[in-house]
Ligand binder design. Structure first.
Ligand code: ADP
Ligand code: MG
Length: 213
C-alpha cells in the first residue's frame, strides 16, 4: 500500500479531534494527500450503524454481543470501501478510532473475552493494522467533563466511570504491547499536548522518508 494509515485513539474528550487537525496539516505540508475517517461510520451504511449504536433504544436492552457485531460490521464496510482504496491510491488515511477502540471498549470496558473477539478481528481485518497509532491518554473523569462541554452524551458516553477505567487500562496495555503505538499524555496543558503530537508525527514522517528512499 502506498498511503499510510494512522489511527488516533482515546476516550471521549481525550483530544482526538484536536490532534487530528494538527496531524492532517503536518502530513499535507509534507506533500501527501490526506483523508480522515471516523469509526463507527465513514460510509453511508456504516454511518447508519453509528446512529444505531449510539441511540438509547428506550426499553430494549442493547446486548454487548449486538454492539460488538455492529462495530465490526461498520469497520468491514469502511475498510473495504474507503480505507483500502485510498491507501492503494497513495492517499494517507487518518482514522478517528479504529480497531483498538473495539479491543479497549468491548474487550476492556464490556469485558468480552479476547478469544471471542479474535475471530471477529481476523474476519474483518485480515491482518490489516495501522502503520501508526497515537493513543491520547486521559483520566476518564477529565475526559468526560471535556466531552460534556460539547453537549449531550450518547448511549455509550453515559456508562459509569468504572467502564471507562477498564477501557483506559486496556488501552494502556494494548499500547505497551504494540511497537507502532505511541501514548500522548493529554492531562498536560494544550500547548504541551500539541507539541507532543507534532513531534510524534514529525518523527513518523522522517521515518517514512528514510525507509522509502
Ligand atoms: N489537553 C487538553 N486540555 C484541556 N482541554 C482539552 C485538551 N485537549 C482537548 N481539550 C478540549 O476538550 C474538548 C474535547 O476535545 P476533542 O478533541 O473533541 O476530544 P475527542 O475528539 O477525543 O472527544 C474540546 O473542547 C477540546 O478543546
Ligand atoms: Mg472527536
Amino acid at each position: 500500500m502506498l498511503g499510510k494509515f494512522i489511527a488516533i485513539e482515546g476516550l471521549e474528550g481525550a483530544g482526538k479531534s484536536t490532534a487530528i487537525d494538527i496531524i492532517k496539516s503536518k502530513i499535507e505540508a509534507a506533500g501527501h494527500k490526506v483523508i480522515c475517517t471516523r469509526e463507527p461510520g465513514g460510509t453511508p451504511m456504516a454511518e447508519a450503524i453509528r446512529a444505531c449504536v449510539k441511540q438509547p433504544w428506550q426499553d430494549e436492552k442493547v446486548t454487548v454481543e449486538a454492539e460488538l457485531l455492529l462495530m465490526y460490521a461498520a469497520r468491514a464496510q469502511l475498510i473495504a470501501n474507503v480505507i483500502k482504496p485510498n491507501l492503494e491510491a497513495g492517499t494517507w488515511v487518518i482514522a478517528d478510532r479504529h480497531d483498538m477502540s473495539s479491543q479497549a471498549y468491548q474487550g476492556g470496558g464490556r469485558q468480552i473475552p479476547t478469544d471471542v473477539m479474535e475471530p471477529l478481528r481476523s474476519i474483518t481485518l485480515k491482518g490489516f493494522t495501522p502503520d501508526l497509532t497515537l493513543y491520547m491518554d486521559v483520566e476518564p473523569s477529565v475526559g468526560l467533563q471535556r466531552a460534556r462541554g460539547r453537549g449531550e452524551l450518547d448511549r455509550i458516553e453515559i456508562e459509569d466511570i468504572s467502564f471507562f477505567e477498564r477501557t483506559r487500562a486496556r488501552y494502556l496495555q494494548l499500547c505497551q504491547d504494540n511497537p507502532k503505538a505511541k501514548i500522548i499524555d493529554t492531562m498536560q496543558d494544550m500547548p504541551l499536548v500539541h507539541r507532543d503530537v507534532e513531534q510524534s508525527i514529525k518523527d513518523y514522517l522522517q521515518y517514512v522518508a528514510q525507509v522509502t528512499c
